[in-house]
Structure formats: C-alpha cells, structure tokens
Design a protein around this ligand. Structure first.
Ligand SMILES: [Mg+2]
Length: 286
C-alpha cells in the first residue's frame, strides 16, 4: 500500500515488532494489541493535541486506554514517538520496571491505571466534564474493547454522557469481534451497535479501523454531541496466521517463534520506512 499515510503504516509495522519482542519476555496480549495499532498510531500521530513535552500540561488532550491488556501497542507507539525510551520495552514484566501487562501511570504518557474493564469511559467522562466546565478547549479520548461493552459501567457512562451534548468526549470502540477467547456475538450480541449508541444520544460513526483514511473520517467533523467511533478491526491484524483467532488472545513466544511471525509481518506489510536505528536493535532482537 502506498499513499499519503505511508509514514503511519511504517510506524504501525514497527509497533507490531515491539509487541512481538515483548511477547518473548513473558508473553502479552498480542491479538488484542494488534487490532488497535492503527487506532493508537492515528490518535498519537495525528489527532491528539499532545506531545512528549506537553505531558502533564493542562493544555493537552487526554487519552485513556480502557482495554488495558492492549498496552503493548500503546507502549510501542509511545516509544516510537519519543514519549518512552524504547530500551525500557526490553524490561517487559521485569519487577524492576513498570512495563507490565496493563498500563501504569509511572510510564510517561499513560494517564490511568487500567486493566479492570469498564472503567476508562467513566473516568474519561469525569475528565471531559471538567474540561467542559473550565472551557479548556481540549478533548478527552477513550479506547475500549468491544467485549468491554458487556460491562454495566460502560452503559451507565454512555447514558450519562449522551445527556450532555457539549462534552468534549470521543470514545473509540475496537470492534474486533472477540472478548477473551470467544466471539462477542456468540456470548452476548452487541449489534446493531450504531443504532444503540445513537439512541443514547451519541454521534456514532463506523469506520475500518485499519485504514487511516477511514480513521481520519471517524475523527473529523466532530459535532456538538459526544462522538463514538466504532472501528471495525481484526484481532491479530498484520500476521495472517494469528488473525481472527480466538486462541491467539494471549501469546507467549520463544525467540524463534517471534522471528518467524516478524518475517510473516514483513511479508504482509512491507513498508518504505525502515526501522529507526534507535529501535532496530530492540525490536529485531527476536
Ligand atoms: Mg474485542
């Protein structure tokens, strides 16, 4: 694929390399991380008014990763964009570091401890309310899993937010069709999701969560209502042998397995952007 988004597709390829490397250090939720790589890359590279220098500033946008088990993808993005020293990713699960299976506020760029599902949106709702009251001109973004929509706290927050049309709040649903090791629709069907969320007072838009032109459409034209972007994605996206598989949720890899998957990734998504020298040693040491 060659288009105006090449730089972001290259970024995503490098982020997936980071995730595979972390999977060799005790394993991680590779499938869940891979489904939201493009979403996170777009948010941090193109959407959020946030830089490594503005962490902690009141004049920043806020991002909450509610599906905390996908944090290897977030760490990869943060490392690539200068928020986090990529060498720290080698310390995944090291007791001496905070690079763990779920987000930790000790990591630069992480706003919120998450992992227990259903908490990110309620917290973000409160932050968005504060931003609106203080007229900060900033926005709050949340990424949740689709299985997370089976948490009652999510629907409480959706119900409340829909009552307040000027909340600067955007929810992204990573609609990869799985929760843990079952499909969402076989466990507790969510569809028709756009209709449900619209009926709660949200401005709902559905996009392909792996195409940047689509993500751009999802985040553009924000209305006066809270926006929900339903991003259709594929669990394990980027490596066909692990895509859309219920059993590739959590993955622990031996180095040779990670190397084989990385070769598969590079065959599927050859990019014009070479691995940055600063991270090459880290993410290719698999
Ligand atoms: Mg899911």
């Amino acid at each position: 694929m060659s288009d105006a988004w090449d730089d972001l597709y290259g970024l995503c390829r490098r982020v997936r390399c980071h995730v595979l490397a972390m999977a060799t250090h005790g394993g991680c939720f590779v499938g869940s991380a891979f489904s939201c790589v493009e979403i996170l890359a777009y948010l941090y590279a193109r959407q959020l008014r946030l830089t490594p220098e503005s962490i902690g500033s009141e004049d920043r946008d806020y991002f909450f990763l509610s599906k905390g088990h996908a944090v290897p993808a977030l760490y990869g993005v943060l490392a690539e964009l200068g928020y986090l020293d990529p060498v720290r990713l080698e310390h995944h699960l090291d007791p001496e570091d905070d690079i763990y299976w779920h987000p930790n506020r000790g990591i630069p760029g992480v706003e919120f401890h998450s992992g227990s599902l259903g908490h990110g949106l309620p917290v973000a709702l409160g932050v968005a309310w504060d931003l609106a009251l203080r007229e900060r001109g900033r926005r709050c973004y949340v990424l949740c899993g689709d299985g997370e929509l089976n948490e009652g706290s999510m629907w409480e927050a959706l119900l409340v937010a829909g009552r307040f049309p000027e909340l600067p709040l955007t929810l992204v649903v990573d609609r990869n069709g799985f929760q843990a090791n079952v499909s969402t629709e076989s466990l507790n069907p969510l569809e028709p999701l756009v209709d449900k969320l619209t009926s709660f007072g949200w401005d709902a838009v559905r996009v392909d969560g792996h195409r940047f032109s689509e993500l751009s459409r999802g985040f553009s034209g924000q209305t006066q209502r809270p926006r929900v972007v339903i991003a259709d994605t594929v669990r394990g996206k980027g490596i066909p042998s692990i895509e859309a598989r219920a059993d590739r949720w959590f993955v622990s890899l031996r180095p040779e397995e990670a190397a084989a998957l990385q070769q598969e990734l590079e065959r599927e998504s050859p990019g014009p952007v070479a691995l940055a020298s600063a991270v090459q040693e880290v993410c290719c040491r698999v």
